[in-house]
Design a protein around this ligand. Structure first.
Ligand code: ADP
Length: 606
């Protein structure tokens, strides 16, 4: 996957995310609404189910309480007397009793009818709306009581125009009806109790007509349409005055609820109904619990909770996504840094390898140069020796000529002695010849050795031997120049570390220079002395020649510095080089016109 998505693709992803989130939010909104409404309805149903028995018992107990009053009055002797032998005084007694009783029992009116249905006494006898004198023979509670002993009827008062439940009881004497006691209870307290419960409660009779109700407007409305004939009969009986007996605008709702109202926005109720449970009243009790507010509240609260939960989930989701994104970015950065590091290491390694290669090449080149230098130096040393030999050839010839001339003389003399027969002397001369040839052999052997290259291995050198060799090589030169060579006796026992042939070469170089510097001096003389200095031995080669000028002294050991017409200026350089190789040194000091002294420092050998 590429690190960075193209902008359009990222935008598309973001848009898809937003659409998804909105879809989820909508789904959550709808689902939470359904859940919230169902839960709210369950609550409403539970509360309604709990309220219903309460509402029923309030009505039942009120009726039951009032029902005893006419029953008791029907057996009362005063009532009997007032009905069987009515006098104004007796009826006035009954009036007062009825008024007192009505006040204590809560009945709205208590009254007494004679057997024709005419009111003879009433609790409201003193009021303008007094029932006394009113004829109620058309009322079913009268006819029912006369016929069956007791009757009950809900109706609108013809005088008071107030509705109420009429409870009637026949008054009998010796098997004949004397009249009827009637109690009217208005049920206003019951209705107000129902009203305060917050529910819509009403009772309907067996024809479906609403009687007692917590909402006055519903009174005398019907649960369903009523047959026209029946309605006309009811109106004629004046039971409900002129009430039109129109059906209530009840309608079923898709949630199992009931609407109450004419238009579409009618409030909805959860409707329950049950028989009142009074054996003498075939009423049904209806309870309509308002559902709209509860459902709206339930839905809103469930939606709030769901949205809060969704918001928390979304926040956690966003946090997790961001965290993962950050972790991925961190990983990418780390990988990038690691790659960069690796790249740099590789680059640096490459540079180092290259530098190493260059170094190796330089070392190899240097090795070659050094080897070449060594070879050159060896060649130079050899050239120096051969050149020295060349220069001292005359001296050598002289050195050899002398014994050769002596041999010649000895041989001639031997010949003469033999001729004379002096054999012993001749033999003596011949022995001398042998001795001289030995000497010549020694000279040529020394020269050959000097011409040879060194074998490169350190050895212990008896300094006197090396000096002998050098002196022999230079004998002719020394003699030719008339130079006196003085050797310190201490030299005889000294031994040093080095190579015999190369030490001879050093000494030959130094002595030859000394001879050449002192040739034209009076009484030329070279003195060789030695002293011990710790682990070292110092040799001094001092002459009384021309000496060395101070400026020449400074460049004495640099190559090609020479004052001689045919000189190379390499002798001292080579000598110093050889001694340095052995861990020693060569130095010079000079008093101009008094001579020069060269000092060799060498490692002493045991
Ligand atoms: P070359 O003998 O070929 O010149 P050297 O290196 O042997 O080369 O000597 C360098 C120079 O040092 C000589 O030319 C000479 O001038 C000077 N020199 C060396 N030894 C002596 C000495 N004993 N007395 C005076 N000068 C000397």
């Amino acid at each position: 996957m590429p690190d960075v998505l193209p902008l359009s693709r990222r935008n598309a992803l973001r848009l898809a995310g937003i659409v998804c989130a909105l879809a989820v939010a909508a789904a959550v909104w709808i689902a939470a609404g359904i859940v919230g409404r169902t839960a709210a309805l369950d609550d409403v149903r539970m509360q309604a189910a709990a309220s219903m028995p309460l509402a029923a018992s309030v009505l039942r107990s009120e009726i039951a309480k009032q029902r005893t009053v006419p029953l008791v009055l029907a057996g009362d002797p005063d009532i009997h007397v007032a009905l069987s032998a009515p006098t104004p005084a007796r009826l006035a007694v009954v009036d007062r009793r009825l008024a007192a009783l009505a006040a204590t029992t809560g009945a709205s009116v208590l009254y007494l009818l004679d057997r024709t249905g005419l009111t003879v006494a009433a609790s409201n006898f003193s009021e303008p709306t007094s029932f006394v004198g009113s004829d109620y023979r058309f009322r079913r509670y009268f006819t029912g009581a006369i016929a069956e002993g007791a009757a009950e009827q809900y109706a609108l008062g013809t005088v008071s125009r107030r509705p109420g439940l009429y409870l009637s009881q026949r008054v009998d004497a010796d098997g004949t009806a004397l009249g009827v006691v009637v109690l009217k209870v208005e049920l206003a307290d019951v209705e107000s109790d129902w009203h305060t419960s917050g529910n819509l409660v009403f009772a309907s009779d067996d024809r479906g007509i609403v009687l007692a109700t917590s909402r006055d407007a519903l009174r005398y409305r019907t649960l369903h349409p009523i047959d026209g004939m029946l309605a006309a009969g009811i109106r004629e009986s004046l039971q409900f005055g002129g009430a039109p007996l129109t059906p209530m605008p009840l309608g079923p709702d898709r949630d199992g609820l009931t609407t109450l109202g004419e238009n579409g926005g009618a409030p909805r109720y959860l409707a329950l109904d049950q028989p009142l449970g009074d054996p003498r009243l075939p009423w049904r009790l209806h309870l309509l619990a308002p559902a709209d507010a509860a459902m709206a509240m339930g839905m809103a609260s469930a939606r709030r909770q769901a949205l809060a939960l969704a918001a928390v989930a979304l926040t956690i989701g966003i946090y997790l996504v961001r965290r993962r994104r950050r972790a991925l970015a961190r990983q990418r950065n780390l990988r990038r840094a690691a790659d960069e590091l690796e790249r740099r290491v590789l680059e640096r390694t490459g540079e180092l390898r290259e530098a190493n290669g260059q170094l190796k090449a330089a070392i190899a080149a240097r090795g070659i140069t050094e080897r070449r230098l060594d070879e050159l130096r060896i060649d130079l040393e050899q050239a120096n020796r051969l050149a020295t030999l060349g220069q001292i050839t005359a001296g050598v010839a002289h050195e050899i000529n002398q014994p050769l001339a002596a041999i010649r003389t000895y041989a001639e003399n031997a010949d003469r002695f033999l001729a004379r027969g002096d054999t012993p002397t001749a033999r003596q001369n011949l022995a001398s010849v042998v001795g001289l040839t030995t000497r010549i052999g020694a000279i040529t052997e020394t020269l050959r050795g000097f011409a040879r290259r060194g074998h490169g291995e350190m050895e212990t050198i008896v300094v006197a031997d090396a000096l002998d060799g050098a002196e022999m090589v230079l004998r002719g030169l020394l003699d030719g120049a008339g130079v006196v060579l003085v050797r310190d006796p201490a030299l005889a026992t000294l031994r040093v570390h080095g190579e015999r042939i190369r030490l001879e070469q050093v000494l030959v170089n130094l002595l030859r220079n000394a001879v050449e510097a002192s040739t034209d001096r009076p009484l030329p003389r070279i003195a060789i002395s030695a002293e011990r200095h710790g682990e070292d031995i110092l040799f001094h080669v001092a002459d009384n020649g021309t000496g060395i000028a101070p400026e020449a002294l400074r460049t004495l050991f640099t190559p090609f510095s020479t004052t001689k017409a045919r000189g190379l200026g390499l002798g001292l350089v080579i000598a110093k080089d050889i001694l340095s190789e052995w861990g020693g040194d060569l130095s010079a000091e000079s008093r101009p016109n008094e001579g020069a002294t060269f000092t060799l420092r060498l490692k002493a050998a045991p």
